[in-house]
Design a protein around this ligand. Sequence first.
Ligand code: AMP
Ligand code: GLY
Length: 428
Amino acid sequence: MKIAIIGSGGREHALAWKLQQSPKVEKLLCLPGNPGTAGLATNVAVTIENHDAIIDILKQYKIDLAVIGPEAPLVDGLADKVRNAGIRCFGPGQQAAMIEGSKAFSKEFMKRHGIPTADFRTFSREQLYDAIRYLDELPMPVVIKASGLAAGKGVLICSERDEAREVTRSMLQGDAFKEAGATIVIEEFLEGEEVSVFALCDGSRFVTLMPAQDHKKILDGDKGKNTGGMGAYAPAPIATDEILQTARKNVLVPTVQGMRDEGYPFIGCLYAGLILTASGIKVLEYNCRFGDPEAQVVLPLIDDDLAEILYACAGGELKQDSIRFHEASAVCVVMASGGYPDTYKTGLKIGGLQNIKEEDGVVVFHAGTKREGDSILTAGGRVLGVTAIGYKDDLQETIRSAYRAVEKITFDGAYYRSDIGAKGLGGK
Ligand code: AMP
Ligand code: GLY
C-alpha cells in the first residue's frame, strides 16, 4: 500500500511513525512533512493550500490512501477532491468537517440529535443586541466562542458581565477573529475534567482509541493562556470503561449515525472533546481530525495495523468493532519556544536529539523544526513533542522517562510545562 500523509506537525510525525510499522506499507510520503518525518518517509515539498498540486503528487506516486492531518485543508474540502480523483482518503469531506469548522453548526447538530452539550445560543453580526440581552439573563461565568476556526484561541471564558459584553462586541461588531468571529456561540460554563476520545470512522461504523488528556494552558496547574496543547498522556484513568461506554452510546453513536442520516457521513478521525460534569458527560467540542498533541500518545498505544484500519475506514468497509492496544501508557511533553503562544524566536539550534534512543522507550516527534545542513533548528512555537512509552500501571515512571529525555534536549529559551500527566496520578 502506498500512503501519503498531508501535514507537517507533530501529529503527522506520529502518524508516519505508526504507519511505517505496518508490513502492508510499501511507500510512505509526507506532504510536506518535517525533518522528523524525513527519517521515516519521503517528504515532498508542497504548500497545503495548493490542493491541485497535492492531487498531482498523489497521482504521480500512485497513492492508495491519503491521510489528512490538520483541520484547515479538511474544512477547505481537500478530502472531497482526493476522493473525486479516485483515491481513498482518511478524512471527512467539507460538509462533515463543518462539525469542527463551525461551532454554530456543531451545536445545532447536537441539539437536533439530543447529544449532551452546554446550553447555548448562536448569534450573527446583525444580532449583537440580542446577544447582549441574552448575556443579561445568564449567570456568570459564561463562555463565548468564535464559531469558525481560530487555532484553539477563539474560546473566551468571562467571569464578569462587562467583560462578556466587551468580548461579544469585539467579535460581532469589531474584527476579533475576523470572519471566524462573525457568528458566535454563547454558552453555559461547565465544570469538570476534560478528556479527548477519538473514533476512527468509516461513515457508519467506528472503533475508538485510548482516551487521552491534553494540557491546553501554557502554565503549570492549567494557568495562563490557551495554546495548541502543551502535552498529553494516555490512557486517562478518569475515563473509566463505564464512562467510555456512556460516551459511545450518548455521543459517538448518535454523532456518526446523525451525520450519515443527514447525508454527510463522517470518514476519518472524529475527536470528541468531552467534559465529565456532575450531571454527566457533555461534549465541549468536536474536531474533525486527530488531536495534536494527543495523537502523539494515542497512536503509540495501538497494537494493531493502523494502515489497514485507516484504509478500511476510507473505503467505508471497517470490519472490526474494536482494536488491540499495548498494555502501556504514553506521555508527551511539548517543548515550546520561549514566548509562545505569543511572539517567539525561530531559527534556534536544537542540541541533544542524538542522545534520545527509541530503544529506551522515548520518541521525539518534531512539530516546528527545520533542517539546515547538519543542524536541526526551531521553526515554530511548539517545537518538539518528547514522548515516552512505559508500563500501563506505572504512569509515574512514564512521566519521569519523558522528562529525563526533555532534559537532554537543549535550545535557547526552551519552555515546557513540568506537570504533564500529573492529573492521571490521582489527586492533582
Ligand atoms: P473548545 O475549542 O470548544 O474545546 O474550547 C477550548 C477549551 O475551552 C476547552 O478545552 C475547555 O477547556 C474550555 N471550554 C470550552 N467550552 C467550555 C464550557 N462550556 N465550559 C467550560 N469550559 C469550556
Ligand atoms: N489538542 C487539541 C487539539 O488538537 O485541538
